[in-house]
Design a protein around this ligand. Structure first.
Ligand code: ADP
Length: 481
């Protein structure tokens, strides 16, 4: 089976968050299920620079305001189709914002172009390779489903995966003629969303199936509390909505072979792990104290991730004799709060503000516990990496966090099944209670090591999720065909 995956990011070429990890890892996992995936991505400078033998498959003198090529290439084991349109993508900055941190003013055009190209491929632009299903990721790819429906031609099946409902892609209605959709599309049962063009809405309205990245989040988004304005639309299509957990790339995230950590270890050699704790303490300017429970965070520093709750909980964490290491970047007031917490508590709170892939590996290998106090979390990847590295996740019981971590309640502990600590609702009081509970568990060495072993035995790979995706795609293809 042939599948086109469409996304604005793909690891390791271009990444701002978990979306890239998923888009980068799924093709190899799906290949084992007999699905041949090609990934369509924009030709940002970082992508164009990474392509070796690129072959132009198609050229267009005027594609959304400038010349464009569709290029086929292999890079880092990925089969790519790259939309090389310098007027849209050849820019410094990240995929969505310029160096000043502001959204590119033409984002509506940039991602309409990506979606238009995906639809063209679905309609047979490349006669030698016509996908049976197109897998759309988030709002940047979502318009594909609308193009295919409004064009009214023979089309492949479509599935859209919501990685985060908070990012919706809304643009002024004046854009409609430029993105090449008909006036009748601008209606409530089309792509109109509260007076704007809703890109994600278009995907949710027109894709054949809707998935999100955990079963619990798939249920949550049907409610007004988590639906972010889409719960009504999603309830209307409820039978088509499902949740498939993310996995992590278990070659890249493997503590037994990881070259980015200080000491390698596995489930049978957990005694070798503490060298990483020491290295992590050094890296974050913390006291080299093997016995102090070490909590860490690797995250975007935002309200969604509950980082304000964390700031409020720092005094309790310190009173419990623990240390805190934070790696991340995000909202300036949270960054400032962390900086002053580190300044006020030298040797006990450390933060590194920025993005550091190697640092994230050392953090997972060295920390005792990983804090994820998110207010909502579609899946979450950091707690999956934590499980694999024997770091105990301490998580809010929302979305994918509730599906992936087994709380250390008395029954789970007795059964040897506990892999972490959950708390709810996401509030600083509940986070503080969870921190105290975690420290108590940590002080009981036998219990803690049992949890570490159970955590490391958890299958967080793509093996099982890929089977669910394969089943979904085959179902869509059978219907479309
Ligand atoms: P989201 O996609 O909402 O940001 P996820 O937990 O799904 O959150 O994925 C985040 C990914 O980005 C993980 O792979 C995590 O390790 C990584 N990450 C986040 N912040 C940093 C950082 N500052 N340095 C390195 N990796 C980071």
């Amino acid at each position: 089976m042939q599948l086109l995956s469409v996304a604005s990011e793909i690891f390791p070429l271009i990444k701002t968050g978990g979306l890239a990890d998923v888009v980068g890892a799924l093709p190899a996992a799906l290949a084992l299920e007999g699905i041949n995936v090609r990934s369509l991505i924009p030709g940002y400078p970082g992508v164009m620079g990474a392509l070796d033998a690129a072959e132009a498959l198609h050229q267009d003198a005027d594609f959304f305001g400038g010349p464009a090529r569709l290029v086929a290439a292999n890079a880092m084991g990925l089969e790519l189709l790259v939309l090389d349109a310098p007027h849209l993508y050849a820019r410094k900055g990240n995929p969505y914002t310029g160096p000043d941190g502001k959204d590119w003013p033409d984002n509506g055009i940039r991602f309409a172009a990506l979606s238009r190209m995906a639809a063209n491929i679905g309609q047979g632009l490349l006669p030698d390779w016509v996908p049976e299903v197109i897998h759309l990721h988030d709002w940047q790819a979502a318009l594909t489903a609308a193009y295919l429906v409004y064009d009214g031609k023979a089309r492949p099946g479509t599935a859209i995966t919501i990685h985060n409902l908070a990012f919706q892609g809304q643009f002024p209605p004046a854009l409609l003629p430029q993105i090449g959709l008909p006036p009748q599309a601008m209606s409530l049962d089309g792509i109109e969303y509260y007076g704007s063009i809703g890109y994600l809405k278009a995907g949710l309205r027109f894709a054949d199936r809707i998935t999100t990245v955990s079963p619990t989040y798939a249920g949550e988004i049907l409610s007004p509390e988590f639906g972010m304005g889409f719960d009504g639309l999603l309830r209307g299509r409820e039978g088509l909505v499902s949740g498939i957990l993310n996995g992590v790339d278990d070659l890249q995230w493997n503590p037994a072979t990881d070259r980015l950590i200080a000491a390698r270890f596995d489930r049978t050699s957990i005694q070798d792990r503490p060298a990483n704790k020491l290295a992590l303490q050094q890296r974050f300017g913390l006291n080299p104290d093997a016995r102090a429970p070490l909590f860490a965070v690797v995250s975007r520093l935002t309200w969604q991730k509950g980082m304000d709750l964390l700031l409020a909980a720092v005094p309790v964490l310190l009173a419990a004799g623990a240390q805190l290491a934070v790696l991340g970047s995000g909202e300036p007031w949270i960054e400032a709060g962390l900086r002053s917490a580190a300044f006020a508590n030298p040797g006990r709170v450390g933060c590194i503000l920025g993005y550091d892939e190697a640092g994230a590996h050392l953090l997972q290998a060295g920390t005792d516990a990983l804090l994820v106090p998110s207010r909502f979390e579609p899946c979450g990847l950091t707690q999956l990496c934590a499980l694999r590295y024997g770091a105990i996740p301490v998580v809010a019981r929302v979305g994918g966090l509730s599906d992936t971590v087994i709380d250390a309640n008395p029954m789970a502990l007795a059964a040897g099944a506990a892999t972490g600590v959950q708390f709810q609702p996401p509030s600083s009081a509940m986070l503080e209670a969870a921190i105290r509970r975690t420290v108590a568990l940590y002080r009981n060495e036998a219990v803690w090591q049992g949890m570490q072993r159970a955590a490391m035995a958890t299958d967080v790979s793509w093996r099982i999720p890929a089977k669910h995706y394969a089943e979904l795609f085959r179902g869509i293809a059978a219907k479309a065909g």
